[in-house]
Ligand binder design. Structure first.
Ligand SMILES: [Zn+2]
Ligand SMILES: [Zn+2]
Length: 331
């Protein structure tokens, strides 16, 4: 696996495909911290990362899902395995990458309202937070990637970027500030506000529904279907998303010279339905298409392309800038 840049192409800052929905410039000053507050010792660093302690709700939930995921292998059933794969696609591809990421965070295409609701619900069942919370966090990542203020840069440690960044508790004011600053469009939207407040109810209800499906529809397989379709599936989807935050800012090749450390990584792309082409994405964040070269397979874009052909997706940003290949040769 290459960790160096070969012949990267300069992307254009002024390109509309790299313009975020919420412009970051006016927010940067407020997010900066005074130099004197920078931590010096390890303890100060830890305290700075956990100023309000640990978010035990998140930490215990993630720990419970990982333990239950191991138990799944002792409660095997084919119904459980099929539920795992169907819900993996529904939550990781339709929910997180297509819905939360390309549709809601970046506005790479438009869909009818009912589909926006459906994809948002698929994302909620992934257990990665409410749509507004996920979108706000990710827009902040793009604005400050691999700089001070990036929610999950591996420059602060690989495991920090992978999952530890989720553990610190946040005050209500901090959460409110994050949501209204970085996702004001969604905060104003009653549907998304409703989904934000009902997120834990929908997530837990989905677990109950999965158990009931195995127990009463399949017949007596409730525990197995629950462990495979809810717990193990969530864990696998978590790590697919988390590797985008950690691995694709560390390992892989670069097609574009971006201001951050983003990389294109084939195995993360495999695990996350095309999200591993992360350097392409940081260069042109509005593009619905993350795979820019022939071998950069992007399943999520294939779904968006199909929706476009069916008339379900409109205003699809799918034109990879044409000067790219000529610039690559010239570099
Ligand atoms: Zn990134
Ligand atoms: Zn993004």
């Amino acid at each position: 696996m290459s960790s160096t840049t070969t012949d990267p192409t300069e992307y254009r800052d002024s390109d509309p495909l790299n313009e975020p929905i919420v412009p970051p410039a006016e927010f940067l000053k407020a997010d900066e911290e005074p130099v004197e507050s920078q931590p010096k010792t390890k303890w100060q660093q830890l305290k700075k990362r956990f100023p309000h302690g640990v978010n035990w709700g998140v930490t215990l939930w993630l720990a419970a899902m990982h333990v239950a995921a191991i138990f799944a292998f002792f409660y095997f059933s084919w119904a459980g395995v099929i539920t795992f794969f169907v819900l993996h696609f529904a939550t990781a591809c339709l929910g997180v990458t297509l819905g939360y990421h390309r549709l809601l965070t970046h506005g790479s295409f438009k869909v009818p309202r009912v589909l926006e609701f459906f994809f948002s619900c698929c994302g909620i069942i992934s257990g990665e937070g409410s749509p507004i919370f996920w979108v706000a966090t990710h827009r902040k990542h793009h604005a400050l990637s691999d700089q001070e203020g990036d929610p999950h840069s591996p420059l602060e440690g690989f495991w920090w970027a992978h999952f530890i960044w989720l553990q610190p508790a946040k005050s209500n004011e901090e959460v409110q500030q994050l949501l209204t600053r970085w996702a004001p469009d969604m905060w104003k939207d009653p549907m998304h506000r409703f989904l934000h407040y009902t997120y834990p109810i929908i997530l837990i209800a989905s677990g109950a529904a999965i158990y009931a499906f195995g127990e009463y529809v399949v017949g007596g397989q409730g525990l197995s279907v629950f462990l495979w379709g809810f717990c193990l599936r969530q864990v696998v989807v978590y790590h697919g998303t988390w590797f985008v935050n950690s691995a694709t800012h560390v390992w892989g090749y670069r097609n574009y010279k971006t201001r951050d450390q983003s990389r294109n990584n084939w195995w993360v792309a495999f695990l996350s339905y095309g999200e591993g082409w992360h350097n392409n994405h940081h260069a042109y964040q509005r593009l619905a298409r993350h795979g820019h070269r022939a071998w950069e397979i992007d399943i999520t874009y294939a779904v968006i392309w199909t929706m476009k052909k069916l008339g379900l997706a409109k205003a699809v940003q799918d034109k990879v800038p044409s000067n790219k290949s000529s610039k690559a040769k010239a570099a």
